[in-house]
Ligand binder design. Structure first.
Ligand SMILES: Cc1cc2nc3c(=O)[nH]c(=O)nc-3n(C[C@H](O)[C@H](O)[C@H](O)COP(=O)(O)O)c2cc1C
Length: 260
């Protein structure tokens, strides 16, 4: 199976999520033949969409921006499975990965008549039969992740169709790069590996394994205390910069108060 991993973390190779993705793929390798390619989009030229519709008018099927995106699309089409590996940013995709998703517009035709559903591809008919499967792997800083990923989930339902993608979303993501949490994180990565092995063998993650893979790593109170302490700063450290911001806002003619 040809697998394309799109690493959408601005941290590139140092991504927490990538550790989870790698463990998952290690598992998959044990049960399925995998030919894996990674794209680290932090190091690639992926410009935001210009909104010009040039891909429908000037050069139908081809974006007017000559960056790395056309090559990326070709790799996505060639893959059996596309894995989006990314951190959650403001309950959504990190900006450059969002740009990559938007830049898929040339792969659909603009027409609306005859469309029986507006639920996939922004409502436009796809011009190619693309890769069969999409898998979203993500970590976020908070816990738990049940509501945090609602926007991402709904977005991909609209893009891929309700059953057109699978997901593995984990909270407490920062633990994966913290030495004191290593023992628990290593244990968790073993479960993720098992999830990957199931995915390779069955094409899905069993509910029991998914539950183990996405459960809290530390009890919430303990994690929150550790996370807060991990910043090595107190609120007092923010004061100077707050004052500078207050002065700027007041110069704009508004009053603003600090809350914390
Ligand atoms: C700009 C920014 C926005 C973030 N937004 C959220 C968020 O909405 N919810 C959340 O739980 N964590 C949020 N986080 C935390 C990251 O999702 C978390 O640190 C993640 O594990 C980073 O993964 P990475 O190392 O793969 O990039 C945010 C981090 C940044 C830098």
């Amino acid at each position: 199976m040809k697998i394309l991993v799109i690493n959408g973390s601005p941290r590139g190779e140092r991504s927490n999520t990538l550790k989870v993705t790698n463990a998952f793929l290690d598992g998959m390798r044990t049960t399925a033949e995998c030919d894996i390619e990674y794209l680290t989009i932090r190091n690639m030229r992926v410009e935001p969409c210009l909104g010009c519709f040039g891909c429908w008018t000037v050069s139908p099927g081809k974006c007017v921006i000559g960056d790395d995106m056309r090559g990326i699309l070709a790799k996505m089409f060639a893959a059996d499975l596309v894995v989006y590996s990314f951190p959650l940013f403001y309950y959504s995709l990190p900006a450059k990965l969002k740009a990559l998703v938007e830049r898929q517009l040339p792969t659909v035709a603009p027409f609306m008549t005859g469309q029986t559903t507006y639920l996939v591809n922004g409502g436009h008919p796809p011009r190619f039969r693309t890769h069969n499967r999409t898998l979203l792997i993500s970590t976020c800083g908070f816990y738990p992740t049940d509501k945090s990923y609602n926007a991402v989930r709904e977005q991909f339902k609209m893009i891929c169709g309700d059953d057109g993608f699978d997901e593995l979303f984990l909270g407490e993501g920062e633990l994966f790069s913290r030495a004191p949490a290593k023992r628990r994180c290593d244990a968790r990565l073993e479960v993720i590996k098992k999830a990957g092995a199931e995915y390779g063998r069955l094409g899905y993650i069993t509910p029991e394994t998914r539950e183990q893979a996405t459960a809290n790593i530390f009890p919430p109170n303990m994690y929150a205390a550790m996370a807060d302490k991990g910043w090595g700063r107190s609120l007092e450290d923010y004061r100077e910069n707050d004052e500078e911001m207050i002065a700027r806002v007041e110069k704009e003619g508004k009053k603003i108060e600090t809350v914390y």
